[in-house]
Design a protein around this ligand. Structure first.
Ligand code: ADP
Ligand code: MG
Length: 234
């Protein structure tokens, strides 16, 4: 309970930060990106020595900050959900389709075990897509290229739908487990540390739950539990 409270305070803070950053950083950044990308600054600066190098640096850094802002906004609790009934498999398959390139590129074997079509949840499919994709991408990033096995299963119980995403990657050291969902916690040199924060937010907003089970050197399993969409009245 204490942890839940701490977590909520963090969301309030990150929500405030997100709003400031959105206005003060993102708009000018977008303008710069547009100028670099669309108005062919490159041509105008062709004469200048190293201009390409500098433009690349500007573009790379703008893109990086832009991505950070996007994820920061997603990570805040303020979100409006457009709920519709979806088969859980449809949500999972959509996320898997978006991860397909990365799976292939990294030579990862995919195993799916999916529940029946009547296993449905009330979900905002765009938000749920972000949530699932964040977990899939983390799994892909944790696995050794050519040796990865990703297992995705869905399961229906009486009142709930479970989604399991399992990898045989590096695993999560004990000391990191408590901080996994914290904003900006990352163990990657180019990570933002916002993926799991926004994923947890999205799941909680759907009245669901997310859990992790991991062993260093063996792999990691994320479990998402969502309320089952109530069956239509006869
Ligand atoms: P990022 O991916 O930008 O680092 P995330 O919030 O998505 O941020 O993840 C936070 C951290 O949790 C990662 O940096 C990594 O240390 C750990 N993590 C998440 N998923 C996995 C996984 N499947 N296997 C190992 N570590 C993971
Ligand atoms: Mg991530």
């Amino acid at each position: 309970e204490e942890q839940e409270k701490r977590q909520q305070e963090k969301f309030v803070v990150s929500g405030r930060i997100a709003r400031v950053i959105a206005h003060e950083v993102r708009n000018p950044l977008t303008n710069i990106l547009l100028a670099v990308g669309q108005f062919r600054l490159e041509d105008a600066l062709k004469e200048a020595e190293d201009s390409q190098l500098y433009l690349d640096i500007i573009e790379r850094n703008c893109t990086r900050i832009n991505q950070l802002v996007t994820e920061l906004l997603q990570s805040t609790r303020m979100m409006e959900l457009r709920l519709q009934e979806h088969p859980v498999n449809q949500l999972v398959n959509k996320a898997l389709a978006l991860a397909e390139d990365r799976l292939q590129l990294n030579g990862i074997q995919l195993i799916t075990r999916l529940a029946g079509e009547h296993a449905t949840v009330m979900a905002d499919d765009e938000k749920m897509n972000i949530a699932l994709l964040n977990i899939l991408i983390n799994a892909i990033e944790a696995m050794e290229p050519g040796q990865g096995v990703l297992t995705v299963s869905t399961e229906e119980t009486e009142g709930k739908i479970n989604i399991y995403i399992t990898d045989n990657g590096a695993g999560i050291p004990e000391e990191n487990k408590a901080r996994l969902f914290d904003p900006f916690f990352t163990s990657k040199s180019k990570g933002t540390g916002l993926g799991l924060t926004s994923t947890q937010n999205i799941i909680i907003n759907h009245r669901g739950n997310i859990d992790v089970d991991s062993t260093v050197g063996a792999g990691t399993q994320f479990t998402i539990t969502l309320p089952r969409a109530s069956a239509p009245l006869p």
